[in-house]
Design a protein around this ligand. Sequence first.
Ligand code: 5GP
Length: 190
Amino acid sequence: MESLKNQILEEGVVLSDQVLKLDSILNHQVDPVLISSLGKEFAKRFEGESITKVLTLESSGISIAYATAYEMGVPMVFARRKKSITTDEDAYCERVPSFTKGIVTDIVVSKSFLSADDRILIIDDIIANGDAVRGLMQIIQRSGAKLSGLGIVVEKSFQAGARTIREAGVRVESLAKISSLANGKIEFEA
Ligand code: 5GP
Protein backbone atom coordinates (compact mmCIF):
# COMPACT_ATOMS: atom_id res chain seq x y z
CA MET A 1 0.00 0.00 0.00
CA GLU A 2 1.78 3.10 -1.26
CA SER A 3 -0.33 5.54 0.79
CA LEU A 4 0.56 3.66 3.98
CA LYS A 5 4.27 3.66 3.11
CA ASN A 6 4.15 7.41 2.45
CA GLN A 7 2.46 8.06 5.78
CA ILE A 8 5.05 5.87 7.56
CA LEU A 9 7.85 7.87 5.91
CA GLU A 10 6.23 11.18 6.85
CA GLU A 11 5.23 10.35 10.43
CA GLY A 12 7.38 7.43 11.58
CA VAL A 13 10.17 8.14 14.05
CA VAL A 14 13.09 5.71 14.08
CA LEU A 15 13.92 5.16 17.75
CA SER A 16 16.70 2.63 17.09
CA ASP A 17 17.66 0.17 14.38
CA GLN A 18 15.05 -2.18 15.92
CA VAL A 19 12.12 0.08 16.84
CA LEU A 20 9.93 2.43 14.81
CA LYS A 21 7.60 4.81 16.60
CA LEU A 22 4.25 5.20 14.84
CA ASP A 23 2.41 7.01 17.63
CA SER A 24 0.75 9.59 15.39
CA ILE A 25 -1.01 7.06 13.12
CA LEU A 26 -1.30 3.72 14.97
CA ASN A 27 -0.03 3.49 18.52
CA HIS A 28 -1.29 6.55 20.38
CA GLN A 29 -3.32 8.71 18.04
CA VAL A 30 -5.14 6.94 15.22
CA ASP A 31 -5.90 8.28 11.78
CA PRO A 32 -9.45 7.07 11.08
CA VAL A 33 -9.16 7.52 7.31
CA LEU A 34 -5.98 5.45 7.22
CA ILE A 35 -7.35 2.80 9.62
CA SER A 36 -10.52 2.43 7.59
CA SER A 37 -8.49 1.97 4.39
CA LEU A 38 -6.41 -0.72 6.13
CA GLY A 39 -9.61 -2.52 7.16
CA LYS A 40 -10.85 -2.43 3.56
CA GLU A 41 -7.53 -3.79 2.27
CA PHE A 42 -7.46 -6.71 4.72
CA ALA A 43 -11.12 -7.52 3.98
CA LYS A 44 -10.28 -7.59 0.25
CA ARG A 45 -7.21 -9.78 0.70
CA PHE A 46 -9.04 -12.34 2.85
CA GLU A 47 -12.28 -12.30 0.87
CA GLY A 48 -13.45 -15.85 0.18
CA GLU A 49 -11.86 -17.25 3.35
CA SER A 50 -15.24 -17.37 5.13
CA ILE A 51 -13.81 -15.59 8.16
CA THR A 52 -16.21 -15.67 11.14
CA LYS A 53 -14.18 -13.57 13.60
CA VAL A 54 -11.28 -11.15 13.72
CA LEU A 55 -8.93 -11.55 16.69
CA THR A 56 -6.39 -9.03 17.93
CA LEU A 57 -4.52 -7.99 21.06
CA GLU A 58 -5.10 -4.82 23.06
CA SER A 59 -4.44 -2.05 22.60
CA SER A 60 -2.90 -1.03 19.27
CA GLY A 61 -4.49 -3.83 17.24
CA ILE A 62 -8.03 -2.86 18.20
CA SER A 63 -8.76 -0.03 15.78
CA ILE A 64 -7.40 -1.96 12.78
CA ALA A 65 -9.16 -5.18 13.75
CA TYR A 66 -12.40 -3.25 14.24
CA ALA A 67 -12.14 -1.66 10.79
CA THR A 68 -11.44 -5.07 9.24
CA ALA A 69 -14.27 -6.81 11.09
CA TYR A 70 -16.64 -4.02 10.14
CA GLU A 71 -15.81 -4.48 6.45
CA MET A 72 -16.21 -8.25 6.75
CA GLY A 73 -19.45 -8.01 8.73
CA VAL A 74 -18.16 -10.24 11.55
CA PRO A 75 -17.41 -9.68 15.25
CA MET A 76 -14.00 -8.60 16.52
CA VAL A 77 -12.48 -10.05 19.71
CA PHE A 78 -9.48 -8.57 21.45
CA ALA A 79 -7.27 -10.48 23.84
CA ARG A 80 -6.75 -8.61 27.08
CA ARG A 81 -3.36 -8.19 28.67
CA LYS A 82 -3.22 -9.00 32.36
CA LYS A 83 -0.26 -8.29 34.65
CA SER A 84 -0.98 -11.30 36.80
CA ILE A 85 -3.43 -14.04 36.14
CA THR A 86 -5.42 -15.91 38.67
CA THR A 87 -6.42 -19.20 37.07
CA ASP A 88 -9.63 -18.76 35.14
CA GLU A 89 -11.19 -21.90 33.79
CA ASP A 90 -13.43 -19.88 31.52
CA ALA A 91 -10.57 -18.25 29.64
CA TYR A 92 -7.63 -19.17 27.43
CA CYS A 93 -4.41 -17.65 28.71
CA GLU A 94 -0.96 -17.44 27.16
CA ARG A 95 2.21 -15.81 28.45
CA VAL A 96 3.97 -13.56 25.92
CA PRO A 97 7.02 -11.33 26.09
CA SER A 98 6.33 -7.73 25.12
CA PHE A 99 8.75 -6.45 22.46
CA THR A 100 8.44 -2.78 23.34
CA LYS A 101 7.99 -2.96 27.12
CA GLY A 102 10.56 -5.69 27.82
CA ILE A 103 8.20 -7.45 30.22
CA VAL A 104 6.13 -10.60 30.07
CA THR A 105 2.35 -10.31 30.08
CA ASP A 106 -0.46 -12.80 30.09
CA ILE A 107 -2.97 -12.47 27.29
CA VAL A 108 -6.45 -13.72 27.92
CA VAL A 109 -9.51 -14.52 25.79
CA SER A 110 -12.79 -15.73 27.25
CA LYS A 111 -13.68 -19.23 26.05
CA SER A 112 -17.16 -17.99 25.22
CA PHE A 113 -15.86 -15.93 22.27
CA LEU A 114 -14.05 -18.66 20.32
CA SER A 115 -15.46 -21.96 19.16
CA ALA A 116 -14.41 -24.90 17.01
CA ASP A 117 -16.69 -23.62 14.23
CA ASP A 118 -14.82 -20.31 13.92
CA ARG A 119 -12.45 -19.35 11.12
CA ILE A 120 -10.23 -16.66 12.56
CA LEU A 121 -8.28 -13.82 11.01
CA ILE A 122 -5.61 -12.40 13.34
CA ILE A 123 -4.91 -8.69 12.87
CA ASP A 124 -2.04 -6.78 14.49
CA ASP A 125 -0.28 -3.47 14.02
CA ILE A 126 3.40 -4.41 13.89
CA ILE A 127 5.25 -7.72 13.88
CA ALA A 128 8.79 -8.07 15.20
CA ASN A 129 9.73 -11.45 16.72
CA GLY A 130 6.19 -12.76 16.40
CA ASP A 131 5.62 -13.53 20.09
CA ALA A 132 2.35 -11.60 20.38
CA VAL A 133 0.87 -13.27 17.32
CA ARG A 134 2.14 -16.71 18.36
CA GLY A 135 0.32 -16.26 21.68
CA LEU A 136 -2.91 -15.58 19.78
CA MET A 137 -2.25 -18.59 17.53
CA GLN A 138 -1.87 -20.82 20.60
CA ILE A 139 -5.19 -19.59 21.94
CA ILE A 140 -6.89 -20.31 18.61
CA GLN A 141 -5.41 -23.79 18.52
CA ARG A 142 -6.61 -24.56 22.03
CA SER A 143 -10.13 -23.38 21.16
CA GLY A 144 -10.30 -25.77 18.19
CA ALA A 145 -11.02 -22.88 15.81
CA LYS A 146 -9.29 -22.66 12.43
CA LEU A 147 -6.69 -19.97 11.79
CA SER A 148 -7.26 -18.55 8.30
CA GLY A 149 -4.35 -16.14 8.32
CA LEU A 150 -2.67 -13.05 9.67
CA GLY A 151 -3.08 -9.45 8.58
CA ILE A 152 -0.22 -7.22 9.73
CA VAL A 153 0.06 -3.49 9.03
CA VAL A 154 3.84 -3.21 9.39
CA GLU A 155 6.16 -6.19 9.08
CA LYS A 156 9.74 -5.55 10.12
CA SER A 157 11.10 -8.20 7.80
CA PHE A 158 14.63 -7.94 9.24
CA GLN A 159 13.20 -9.53 12.38
CA ALA A 160 12.20 -13.19 12.28
CA GLY A 161 8.53 -13.20 13.36
CA ALA A 162 6.61 -13.12 10.08
CA ARG A 163 9.13 -15.32 8.24
CA THR A 164 8.97 -18.14 10.78
CA ILE A 165 5.17 -18.02 10.89
CA ARG A 166 5.01 -18.21 7.06
CA GLU A 167 7.45 -21.11 7.16
CA ALA A 168 5.01 -22.88 9.46
CA GLY A 169 2.47 -22.70 6.62
CA VAL A 170 0.35 -19.77 7.83
CA ARG A 171 -0.76 -17.10 5.35
CA VAL A 172 0.66 -13.73 6.43
CA GLU A 173 -0.41 -10.56 4.59
CA SER A 174 1.63 -7.47 5.48
CA LEU A 175 0.68 -4.07 4.08
CA ALA A 176 4.16 -2.56 4.45
CA LYS A 177 7.41 -4.50 4.81
CA ILE A 178 10.31 -2.66 6.38
CA SER A 179 13.66 -4.22 5.51
CA SER A 180 15.84 -1.91 7.62
CA LEU A 181 15.79 0.89 10.19
CA ALA A 182 19.58 1.25 10.17
CA ASN A 183 21.12 4.74 10.39
CA GLY A 184 17.80 6.32 11.28
CA LYS A 185 16.39 5.55 7.82
CA ILE A 186 13.21 3.61 7.01
CA GLU A 187 13.79 1.25 4.07
CA PHE A 188 10.95 -0.76 2.54
CA GLU A 189 11.26 -4.09 0.76
CA ALA A 190 11.01 -3.67 -2.99
P1 5GP B 1 6.49 -9.21 18.57
O1 5GP B 1 5.66 -9.96 19.57
O2 5GP B 1 6.18 -9.60 17.15
O3 5GP B 1 7.96 -9.29 18.87
O4 5GP B 1 6.12 -7.67 18.73
C1 5GP B 1 4.86 -7.26 18.33
C2 5GP B 1 4.22 -6.29 19.26
O5 5GP B 1 5.16 -5.37 19.78
C3 5GP B 1 3.18 -5.51 18.48
O6 5GP B 1 1.94 -5.67 19.12
C4 5GP B 1 3.64 -4.09 18.48
O7 5GP B 1 2.66 -3.27 19.05
C5 5GP B 1 4.91 -4.06 19.30
N1 5GP B 1 6.06 -3.66 18.46
C6 5GP B 1 7.03 -4.46 17.93
N2 5GP B 1 7.94 -3.75 17.26
C7 5GP B 1 7.53 -2.47 17.34
C8 5GP B 1 8.06 -1.23 16.81
O8 5GP B 1 9.10 -1.15 16.11
N3 5GP B 1 7.35 -0.10 17.09
C9 5GP B 1 6.21 -0.13 17.83
N4 5GP B 1 5.59 1.04 18.03
N5 5GP B 1 5.68 -1.25 18.33
C10 5GP B 1 6.34 -2.42 18.09
